[in-house]
Every structure is written in structure tokens, then in C-alpha cells.
Design a binder for this molecule. Structure first.
Ligand code: FAD
Length: 425
């Protein structure tokens, strides 16, 4: 039985970092927003099972700062001062450092659970109707002005008539499928094992990207002397590593990574992520739009997925808040137009790196050698890597003017209140 029906401006399906941040920004900007999330309401950070540490580019940090959320994450962040790129079996490494770029840091690493917890707090301070344990049942056109959505949760069915529906439900987006938007999908022959370790020697803000014949291995510095390991390998090797005892796994990791941080000790549970490239064929439809992983799921080799996704959120929120009708076709096509180049570029380079690094065993050493040479010698690729790390991709400033700003805090109201007239002008 359908419990009730209500009108809203924007209905967002998916309460991951993209859906949750978008909901907060739109609600603060004065829109009537509902958010539907399949999972349970997030509890304290410690209870979450997401073991990832997110590398956030400097541009992403600036963006979060502009809208008032970075100060809430900063206590849980570790600055990346250097990135060391090396290959197993090779000598030396290519080093990118913040100082030579004239920056205090190349980016920041924040545990995913901290981002979840911050957004959960921020959401509960906004007027967003937040339904958890709830999934999409049907999505239909309801005339030129609205989309009708039925969702089902623990307290029955809810019917919404929304001026815009946003799919932010990740790479497997059921909402995207319900809208009939096709995807290009390629499963990489690799999974990632992700877990925290503690090193005997301090990481001193160094991030490590090591190319091994099985796949890339990244260690990202985290607060409290921890490092987040992202260990990519073919599924059968991940099976073996998952079945190992903790001490066997750490010995294997140590032999692959080496001793530059001294002995590594396990410091948390291991989670496994299948890796795939997913690209939606288009970003919008009638009163419907995609954002984040629902639009593009990437290999994590360059740590770009969330950075790219949060740029989607900023541009989409800016576009929706500056329009009288957030679902109008012109608003959605302006968003799609503004995002296409960035998404194409990051997806293409990430896929190139991922496929090169996952090439067959015989071919891999050659690819790795040429990859290292490329990084070392060919400026454009090196520049891309550094630019991505720093998040210097230009965003259309005019589309960001309507975003709620951090100034709200200094003007005496909470970050969770609506934007000022000046911000909306
Ligand atoms: C191993 C690994 C490491 C990574 N490291 C980095 C990094 O260092 N830096 C970086 O920038 N990016 C990184 N990424 C990418 C990053 O995880 C994604 O870009 C990010 O999660 C995208 O957020 P999202 O909200 O779009 O999707 P998701 O995080 O997938 O969230 C989707 C949400 O939708 C919900 N949902 C799904 N289906 C439904 C439904 N039918 N109804 C309702 N709700 C639904 C889910 O429960 C979930 O909460 C990494 C990815 C992986 C796999």
C-alpha cells in the first residue's frame, strides 16, 4: 500500500557521498529535497564497514571549504606532501612534491567513514527528508513538469512527484536503468583489497603508488600514523590474499612494497571491491539527471572517482540553485555540457593507466617501464598526474555562484541553513 504522496523539488536516489552532499547543498539553497538510500542510516564513524581512505585533490578540498564542510573534515585528514611512483623490480621512484608546486599539500586523505559521518550529521541539520532502508520501485513521467517516483522502505511505499530526479545510486544504478539510459561497461580483470596498516617508520605525508606485475599498489597516508592500502590484482590473486592469515598477507604486502617505511602491521579489516569502468551514454533525460558513480565508475588507480564526482555535485547544485525550475531541460543540458569534457578526460586517462597496468604478465614489465619513462620524461602525462592530484581542473565559475557558501557560518547561522541572498544573486 502506498503510504503517502508528496510533491518536492528534487528527489535524489542514493545517499553515498554524492547524493548526501548534493542533498545538503540543495536544501541549504532553499530547495525542497528528499533523499532515498538503500542502506541503513549511518551511525558513528567507527561502526561503518567502508575501509577506504579517500585521496581528495587540493581542488576538492577548496570546493568543500567554500561550502563550509572542510573544517568538519580537516581534523580527520592527513596532507599528502609527496607522491612516490615506483615499480616493483625497478630502481628509484618518480617523486612529485607539494613544495616544488608551490603548494602546502598535493591533496588530503580522509577515511571514507569520516566523510559519511560528517555528511550524516550535515543531512540531519537540513530540511531533507531522508529515507533509509528504501529503494526505488518505479520511475515514470508525470507530464511535462514532474517525474513520479515510487519508493519502498520499512514503513511501506512512498510516492513522490518531483520536478527533478537525480540518480546518485552508484555504478549499478537501478534508477539510471529505470530511466532507460544505457551504459558502456567494462569489468577490469582485477579487484582491490583495501585495508589500513601502521608502519614502524613515520609516513611523513608520503603517498606511494607502486606498479607491480599483478596491478598497482597504493599506500595513502592517514592520520594517527596509519596508511590506507589499495592493493589491486586479478580476482584469483585477491582470492588467495583474502584466504591468507593476517601475518601471511602482511608478509606478502611487505615483499611487494619493500622496506622504505620499515615493518608494516595490519591495523583493520580487509574489504574487497570489484573494479569496472562504467560510462553512462548520456547524463540526462526528461526531468532526470545522473551524478557521481551513476554517471561514471572508474578504476581507482589514480584516486579520481570521488574528486570527479564532487565536481559533478558542485556544478549540478550550482546549476539547479540558479534556475527558477531545477528540472528544466536547458538547466540539465547546461550541466551535462559543462561536465562532459572533465569526465571524458579523467575516464580516458584512468582507463589507459588501468589497462596498461593490467596488461598480460609478459607485456606488463615493458608497459611498466614505458609507463615510468613516460611519467619521468614526457611532461604532458606527468602534468596530468600532478594536475589531477592537485585538482586544478577549471570549473565554470559562473555555474558555481549560486552555491551556499561558508560565509553563512561567519554570518552567525549554521552551515546547514539556506544560502544568503548575495550567494544566490
Ligand atoms: C578501492 C577504491 C578506492 C577509491 N579511492 C578513491 C580515492 O582515493 N579518491 C577518489 O576520489 N575516489 C576514490 N574512489 C572512488 C569513489 O569510491 C567513488 O567515486 C564514490 O564512491 C562515488 O560516490 P557515489 O555517491 O556516486 O556512489 P557510491 O559511493 O557507490 O554510493 C551510492 C549509494 O547509493 C545507494 N544505492 C544503491 N542502489 C540504490 C537503490 N536502488 N536505491 C537507493 N539507494 C541505492 C548505495 O547504498 C550507496 O549509499 C575509490 C573507489 C574504490 C573502489
Amino acid at each position: 500500500m502506498t503510504a503517502r504522496r508528496r510533491n518536492c523539488d528534487v528527489l535524489i536516489v542514493g545517499g553515498g557521498p554524492v547524493g548526501a552532499l548534493l542533498a545538503c547543498l540543495l536544501a541549504r539553497g532553499g530547495l525542497d529535497v528528499a533523499l532515498v538510500e538503500r542502506g541503513a542510516r549511518r551511525g558513528p564513524a567507527e561502526r561503518s564497514s567502508d575501509t577506504r581512505g579517500y585521496a581528495l585533490a587540493a581542488g576538492t578540498v577548496r570546493l568543500l571549504d567554500d561550502v563550509g564542510y572542510w573544517p568538519l573534515l580537516a581534523p580527520h585528514a592527513e596532507a599528502i606532501r609527496e607522491i612516490h611512483v615506483s615499480r616493483e623490480g625497478g630502481f628509484g621512484s618518480v617523486v612529485m612534491d607539494a613544495a616544488s608546486q608551490g603548494l602546502p599539500a598535493l591533496g588530503q586523505v580522509v577515511p571514507a567513514v569520516r566523510i559519511d559521518a560528517m555528511l550524516a550529521d550535515a543531512l540531519s541539520e537540513t530540511g531533507v527528508e531522508w529515507l533509509t532502508g528504501t529503494t526505488l520501485e518505479t520511475l515514470e513521467a508525470a507530464g511535462p513538469e514532474r517525474r513520479e517516483v515510487v519508493v519502498a522502505g520499512p514503513d511501506g511505499r512512498h510516492r513522490f512527484a518531483a520536478r527533478l530526479v537525480v540518480a546518485a545510486d552508484g555504478t549499478g544504478s537501478a534508477t539510471r536503468a529505470a530511466a532507460g539510459i544505457e551504459v558502456q561497461r567494462r569489468r577490469y580483470a582485477a579487484d582491490a583489497l583495501v585495508f589500513d596498516v601502521r608502519s614502524v617508520r613515520p609516513h611523513r605525508g608520503r603517498a606511494f603508488e607502486r606498479f607491480t606485475p599483478d596491478g598497482p599498489l597504493a599506500l595513502l597516508p592517514q592520520p594517527g600514523g596509519l596508511l590506507n592500502v589499495v592493493w589491486v590484482a586479478p580476482p584469483e590473486i585477491c582470492d588467495d590474499r583474502s584466504l591468507m592469515t593476517e601475518s601471511e598477507r602482511m608478509a606478502e604486502l611487505q615483499s611487494r612494497f619493500g622496506w622504505r617505511l620499515g615493518r608494516l602491521h595490519a591495523a583493520g579489516p580487509v574489504a574487497r571491491f570489484p573494479l569496472e569502468l562504467v560510462r553512462a551514454r548520456r547524463l540526462h533525460d526528461h526531468r532526470f539527471v545522473l551524478a557521481g558513480n551513476a554517471a561514471h565508475g572508474l578504476h581507482p588507480v589514480a584516486g579520481q572517482g570521488l574528486n570527479l564526482s564532487l565536481r559533478d555535485v558542485a556544478v549540478l547544485a550550482g546549476a539547479l540553485l540558479s534556475a527558477p525550475d531545477p528540472g528544466a531541460p536547458g538547466v540539465l543540458s547546461a550541466y551535462a555540457e559543462a561536465r562532459r569534457g572533465d569526465i571524458d578526460r579523467v575516464a580516458a586517462v584512468t582507463d589507459f593507466l588501468a589497462r596498461g597496468l593490467l596488461a598480460s604478465q609478459e607485456f606488463a614489465p615493458q608497459m611498466l617501464r614505458s609507463g615510468m619513462l613516460l611519467l619521468d620524461r614526457i611532461d604532458p602525462l606527468r602534468r596530468f598526474w600532478a594536475e589531477q592530484a592537485m585538482g586544478l581542473q577549471p570549473l565554470p565559475r559562473r555555474m558555481l555562484r549560486a552555491l551556499p557558501s561558508r560565509r553563512e557560518e561567519t554570518e552567525g547561522s549554521s552551515v546547514a541553513t539556506g544560502s544568503t541572498t548575495e550567494d544566490r544573486a
